[in-house]
Design a protein around this ligand. Structure first.
Ligand code: TYD
Length: 211
């Protein structure tokens, strides 16, 4: 059973909450799994994360993308591929779609460049399922701000975050089979049930004997 599930969405959409709820469901169902996140998930990733989120640091779009990609490449090699090889489910808080939305749609980096580097960084590994928690960016930024000091990305203006949201929705429209797009303002219990229904179905299919 190899299943890579990613969670995506703009700031303050409640990804972490839903990710934790999915993880408890997996524990309850006795499904071996690994939960990780981007940027981070490895020693290198944790250090790169500090750099990327530092509100006092100016980072141009290209180095920004390359730093996210560096964290991603290490995570894929060190954590994600080994876990999938052990037959475990991997749940990742953000993955390459965040670069497509934030650095592509948001910062305006060339799509072809993003795909070329991303293919290398991920060794071609794409998610089986991507849960997109969609939210109005003004609402998301307000939610995120209530949690404390804004990080470097949260400080970007509303126009940027509006492009990011549109970027995510465009990705989901292009690959409806991979994306489960949900309205993040809905009741968290209902969202949890919807996510579990789809993951359960994918798991069932992944463990079912081939015909
Ligand atoms: P984090 O605190 O994990 O934010 P969130 O809780 O919203 O996931 O910070 C990650 C930030 O990095 C977030 O603002 C999104 C951004 N990001 C990118 O811009 N590109 C990427 O490729 C990734 C993975 C994240």
């Amino acid at each position: 059973m190899t299943l890579l599930i990613t969670f995506e969405g703009p700031e303050g959409a409640g990804k972490s909450t839903q990710l934790a709820r999915l993880a408890s469901r997996l524990v309850g169902a006795g499904v071996p799994h690994v939960v990780t996140r981007e940027p981070g998930g490895t020693e290198l990733g944790a250090r790169v994360r500090e750099v990327l989120l530092d509100p006092d640091l100016a980072i141009d779009p290209l180095p920004e993308f390359l730093l996210y990609s560096a964290s991603r490449a290490q995570l894929v090699q060190e954590v994600i591929r080994p876990a999938l090889a052990r037959g475990e489910v991997v749940v990742c808080d953000r993955y390459a779609d965040s670069s497509r939305a934030y650095q592509g749609a948001g910062r305006g980096l060339d799509a072809e460049l993003l795909e070329t580097v991303t293919r290398e960084a991920t060794a071609g590994l794409t998610p089986d399922l991507t849960v997109l928690l969609d939210l109005d960016p003004a609402m998301g930024l307000a939610r995120a701000a209530s949690r404390g000091q804004p990080d470097r990305l949260e400080r970007a203006d509303l126009a940027f975050h509006t492009r990011v949201r549109a970027g995510f929705l465009a990705l989901a429209a292009r690959e409806p089979g991979r994306f489960l797009t949900l309205d993040a303002t809905r009741d968290p219990d209902a969202l949890e049930r919807d996510i579990w229904a789809v993951v359960g179905e994918r798991l069932g299919r992944a463990v079912a004997p081939s015909p």
